[in-house]
Design a protein around this ligand. Structure first.
Ligand SMILES: Cc1ncc(COP(=O)(O)O)c(C=O)c1O
Length: 480
C-alpha cells in the first residue's frame, strides 16, 4: 500500500473542511500519477486509522472524489481510481486528426413561462451550482471589502489581482499564455463581444459570421454599422475556405466564431480549420472574436485549444464568462486582448461602467483560485453527459423520423431539425397549454427562412424532468 500517512497532510487549522482537504490531496496524487489508474484505494477504516481521522471523513472524501469522476466506488469490492479520468485537458491542435429566440417576452408572459417546465436554448442547471461555496466567498469578499474600504475607493490592486487570477485560470485550463494586464473583466460575454466590436469595427467594415449565428452578436455588429457577411457552417464548423476566398477579393476586418460549439448548430470547429483560420488572420490582418462560451462542456474527448492559445500576434480576442458554468444570472465574464485594442476596451468600459463590481469579482475569482469552479465543472460534466444521452435517446424514441439531429459532442443543447410538415410555432403553443415551454426556433430563421429547427437545452433538466418534457412534447405533436 502507498504511504498515505506521509503523502497526505491535513491542516487542522484550515477553514476548508477536512474531507475536502483529503479529497483535494487524493485527486492531486491521482493527477500526478502517484496513485495510478485502477489502483484499489485502502478501505475507509484502514485509511482512517492511518491518517487518524474519522471513518466518515474518509467516506465523504471518497464520495467527493467519486462525484468528480476520479474514483469509482464498487459496492462490496471497494474504491478504485477510475480508468477513464475526466481531466479537462485541452487537446492541442497538432494532436487532433483532420478528419432565437422568440422575441423577449413581456413580464407577464415571462411569469407564465417561469411557471412551466422549461426547455431552454442551452443553459446550465443552476441547482448544481456551488451555491454554498459562492455564498461563503461573497460573505468574505464583502467583509474584507468593508475592512479595506474597497466599497468607497476602487482598489486597483484588487482589480489587478482578479485579472491575474483569471489569466492564471485561462493559462491553466485553455493553454493561453497571458498576463493579468491582457484581461478585462466584464458583465458576461455579451459585454465582451460589445467592447471588442466597438474597439475594432468602423462603419462599413466587413465582419464574417456563421450562417446562422448567435443573434445577440449580430445585433452588436449591426449597431457598429458593420457589414455582416455570412459564410457556411458545416459539420467541422465555419467553412474557412470561404473566408479565404473572401479575403482574396476584399478587405476583411473581423471574423466572429463560436468554436465550442457553433451557435446554433453545436458543431466544434476542427483543429485543422482553426490552424488555417489563424494563419489567414495573420496573413490578411483581420481580427477574430473567439467567443468560447461553451469550452468547458465537451463529452467525448478533450476540448480543442482555443485559437487564442496559438501564435496569433494580437489578432485574436478571446471572450468567455461564467454563464454556462454557473448560471447566466451571475453576470461575470472576461475578455482577453492585447495592446491598443485592450486600451480601447478599457476606455470604453470606463464610459459605461466605471469599474467592475469588486465584491462579486473578488468572490468569483477566489472560487476560481481555490479550484471550486474546476471541481464543479468535473461534477456537472458527468451529470450533463447522462442528461444529453437520455434526452437524445428519448428524442429518437418519441419522434423517430420526424426529427433529425446529431448527438452533440459538447455543449448544453441539441440542434434539432423538425419535419417540414410540423409547425414549430404551433407545436410550441400546444406544448405551452400542456405546461411546457420550449424555444420555437423563429430566431434562427433570420438568415434562412426555410429552416425548421430549434435548439433544445438538455442540461438544465433532471432525468425525470427530461422524461416529462419530452412526453409533453410528443403529446403536443399528437395534438397538432
Ligand atoms: C454564443 C453566446 N455568446 C455570448 C452569450 C452571452 O452570454 P453572457 O453574457 O451571459 O456570458 C450567449 C448567451 O446566450 C451566447 O449564446
Amino acid at each position: 500500500m502507498l504511504p498515505f500517512n506521509t503523502l497526505v497532510q491535513i491542516d487542522a487549522k484550515s477553514k476548508r473542511p477536512i474531507y475536502l482537504q483529503l479529497a483535494d490531496q487524493l485527486i492531486l496524487l491521482i493527477q500526478q500519477g502517484i496513485i495510478p489508474t485502477g489502483y484499489k484505494m485502502p478501505g475507509s477504516r484502514r485509511l482512517a486509522q492511518l491518517l487518524h481521522l474519522n471513518r466518515l471523513t474518509i467516506v465523504a472524501a471518497y464520495e467527493e472524489a467519486a462525484n468528480q469522476g476520479w474514483i469509482e466506488i464498487k459496492p462490496s469490492q471497494g474504491s478504485f481510481v477510475s480508468q477513464a479520468l475526466p481531466i479537462i485537458q485541452a487537446t492541442s491542435w497538432d494532436t487532433v486528426s483532420t478528419h432565437e429566440q422568440q422575441p423577449n417576452p413581456s413580464p407577464k408572459t415571462n411569469l407564465a413561462i417561469q411557471q412551466k417546465l422549461i426547455i431552454n436554448r442551452g443553459s446550465p442547471d443552476e441547482r448544481l451550482a456551488p451555491i454554498d461555496a459562492l455564498a461563503r466567498s461573497y460573505r468574505s469578499a464583502l467583509k474584507s471589502s468593508v475592512k479595506s474600504r474597497d466599497l468607497i475607493h476602487v482598489d486597483v490592486y484588487q482589480l489587478h489581482k482578479n485579472e491575474s487570477i483569471i489569466a492564471a485560470y485561462l493559462n491553466r485550463s485553455r493553454g493561453l499564455h497571458i498576463e493579468g494586464n491582457e484581461v478585462i473583466l466584464t458583465q458576461g460575454s455579451q459585454m465582451g463581444i460589445y467592447l471588442s466590436a466597438q474597439s475594432i469595427l468602423r462603419p462599413k467594415d466587413t465582419i464574417i459570421i456563421g450562417k446562422t449565428n448567435y443573434v445577440g452578436a449580430d445585433t452588436i455588429f449591426e449597431s457598429c454599422g458593420a457589414h455582416l457577411h455570412p459564410v457556411d457552417v458545416d459539420e467541422k464548423g465555419i467553412v474557412v475556405d470561404q473566408i479565404e476566398a473572401y479575403c482574396q477579393q476584399h478587405t476583411l476586418r473581423c471574423v466572429y466564431i463560436t468554436p465550442h460549439h457553433h451557435l446554433p448548430t453545436t458543431v466544434t470547429l476542427s483543429a485543422s480549420r482553426r490552424m488555417k483560420l489563424l494563419k489567414l488572420a495573420v496573413r490578411y490582418q483581420f481580427y477574430i472574436i473567439e467567443d468560447d462560451y461553451d469550452y468547458d462542456f465537451h463529452y467525448s474527448s478533450s476540448p480543442i485549444l482555443p485559437l487564442a492559445s496559438g501564435d496569433h500576434q494580437g489578432w485574436v480576442i478571446y471572450v468567455g464568462s461564467m454563464s454556462k458554468i454557473i448560471a447566466p444570472g451571475l453576470r461575470f465574464g472576461y475578455t482577453v486582448a492585447r495592446g491598443s485594442i485592450m486600451n480601447r476596451m478599457k476606455a470604453l468600459r470606463r464610459n459605461i461602467d466605471r469599474y467592475p463590481d469588486l465584491i462579486s469579482s473578488k468572490a468569483i475569482c477566489s472560487l476560481i483560485r481555490d479550484g471550486d469552479i474546476e471541481r464543479h465543472l468535473r461534477k456537472s460534466l458527468k451529470i450533463y453527459k447522462k442528461r444529453r444521452d437520455h434526452f437524445c435517446s428519448l428524442l429518437e424514441t418519441y419522434f423517430g423520423e420526424k426529427v433529425q439531429f446529431v448527438k452533440p459532442a459538447g455543449g448544453l443543447a441539441v440542434w434539432v431539425h423538425f419535419d417540414p410538415s410540423i409547425s414549430l410555432v404551433e407545436l410550441a403553443s400546444k406544448a405551452f397549454e400542456r405546461g411546457l415551454y420550449f424555444p420555437d426556433g423563429r430566431i434562427y430563421k433570420r438568415e434562412n427562412t426555410s429552416l425548421n429547427a430549434t435548439r433544445l437545452g438538455f442540461a438544465s433538466l433532471r432525468l425525470d424532468e427530461i422524461d416529462e418534457a419530452l412526453h409533453i412534447l410528443s403529446q403536443s405533436l399528437a395534438d397538432l
